[in-house]
Write a protein that binds this ligand. Sequence first.
Ligand SMILES: Cc1cc2nc3c(=O)[nH]c(=O)nc-3n(C[C@H](O)[C@H](O)[C@H](O)COP(=O)(O)OP(=O)(O)OC[C@H]3O[C@@H](n4cnc5c(N)ncnc54)[C@H](O)[C@@H]3O)c2cc1C
Length: 439
Amino acid sequence: MSPSNKRKVFYTIYFALLLLPVVAMLLSGKLTGNFVREFALLIGFLGMALAGIQLIFIGKIRWLADALDLDKVYSNHHKISLVAVFLIVAHFLLVSLLAPVRFGFLNVFSAPWMFAAGSLGLFGLVLIGITSAYRKNLKIDYRVWLLIHDLLTIVILVFGMTHLFKVDYYMADPFVRAVWYLEIAVWVVAFLYIRVIKPIQVGRKPYKVVSVLEEAPQTYGLNLVPDGHAGVPFRAGQIAWISTGPSPFTLSRNPFSYSGSSEAPNGAIRFSIKVAGDFTATIPNLKPGDRVYVDGPYGTYNLDDPALQKGVVLIAGGIGVAPVMSIMNTLTDRNDNRPVYVFYGDLNEDTALYPQEFEHCKSVINLKFFQVLEKPHDPNYPFKGYITKDLMLANLPENYKELHYFICGPAPMLRALEKHFAAMEIPESQIHLENYTMA
Ligand SMILES: Cc1cc2nc3c(=O)[nH]c(=O)nc-3n(C[C@H](O)[C@H](O)[C@H](O)COP(=O)(O)OP(=O)(O)OC[C@H]3O[C@@H](n4cnc5c(N)ncnc54)[C@H](O)[C@@H]3O)c2cc1C
C-alpha cells in the first residue's frame, strides 16, 4: 500500500476511535435537553477517547514507518495530550459548576467511589501534564519520567473508565457500552503490542557488536552485524530505537539514525553516537560480541522519491551528520550521479566527523561539500561561524528551489534554518527536518 493510502487508513481508524463514543452518546436517546450538562459529558467522553488513543504508539508501528513523519508524530502526541487534559479538566469544571457540591469530590477519601475514581483520573492527567512539560526543570531523569508516564497513563485510563462505568448513565445504553468496550480492547492491544509483542519481534532479530570506534571526542561509531539472521533492510535517512543488555524487554530504547550505507554487505549497520547522558555513556563500554537490540527502521526519507531526483541538499549540525553519512555512503555505493550539496556545521577540526569518508564520497559522486566550523583552530579557515542563507545561496545552483533539503541537528539550528528556507522561498514539501531534541 502506498504511504498516502496508509495515511488515509490510519486517520480513518484514528477519527473513528475518537468520535465513536460521542456518536454513540448522541444516538443513545438519553439526552436530557440540558445543553451545558450534555456538553460537559460530551467533552468528558471526547477527552477520555483522546487520552486512550495516546496509548497507540503511532511512531512504533512499522507498517506506518514510511507514511508518518516521526517528528510530527511526537510533537502531535504532546499537543493531543494537552487537548485531552484540557477537555477532561473542562468536563470536571462544568459538571461542578452545575452542582458545586462536586468540587468536594476532589477529596477522594470522602467522595463516593464513582466520583473519587474520576478525581483520581483527573489528578493523574494533571500530573502527567506537569511532569511532561516541566521534566527538565524538575530534573527528572528521562527513564524515571518514562516510568512515571506509563504508570500515570494506566492510572488515568483505569480510574477514568471506572468513573464512566460507575456513573452508569450513558453507559447503561448497550451501544455506548459496546463502543467503550471496543475502545478499551484497542488500548489493551496497543499496550500489549508495545510492551510484549514488539520486544518479542525485536528479540528475534538481535545484532552483535563488531566494533566501537572513537570517531571524535565523546562520539562513537557503533558497528553491528545481524546475529543469526540476514539483517533488516533500511533506507538511508531512517532511524532505529536501540537497547543493549541481555533482554529485549526494556522500558526504554533510545533513537539513533543509521549512519552507514544501506547497501552494506551482510546486513551490517552502523550508528554514530554522541555521549549525552546515561545510555549513550555506556556505548564505549560495549565489547565485540555484545548484544544490541535494534527496533527499526522508521522514518519517511526515501532517496528513490521522485521529488529527490533533481538533487539533494544535506544540512547537518554536530552529530546530525549521522544520517547524512548514511545518505552519502548509500549514494556512493550506488554510484548515483544526482547533484549532492552538503553543508556540515560543527565546532572545530577535532569535533568534525568522518573527514576520510567525505573525501571518498567526493571522489565517487557529484558532491559539493562545505564544512562550516564555529571555532576553527586554523585562523584562515574559509567557512567560519554558522550555516547561513548567504553561504547556501552563494554555493547552490540557480535551480536551488527545485532541490530537496534534508536537515538534521539540534532544535535551535533547525529553527534558524527554517527561517533561512522561508527567506529563500523553498517550498515546505521540499524540506525534510530531523529533530534530535525530543521529549
Ligand atoms: C529521531 C532521533 C534521532 C537521533 N539520532 C541520533 C544519532 O544518530 N546519534 C546521536 O548521538 N544521537 C541521536 N539522537 C539523540 C539521542 O537519541 C539522545 O542523545 C539519547 O537518546 C540520549 O540518551 P541518554 O540516556 O544518553 O541521555 P539522557 O540524559 O537520558 O537524555 C538526554 C536527552 O535525550 C532525550 N532522550 C533520552 N532518551 C530518549 C529516548 N528513549 N527517546 C527519545 N529521546 C530521548 C531526552 O530529550 C533527554 O533529555 C537522536 C534523537 C532523535 C529524537
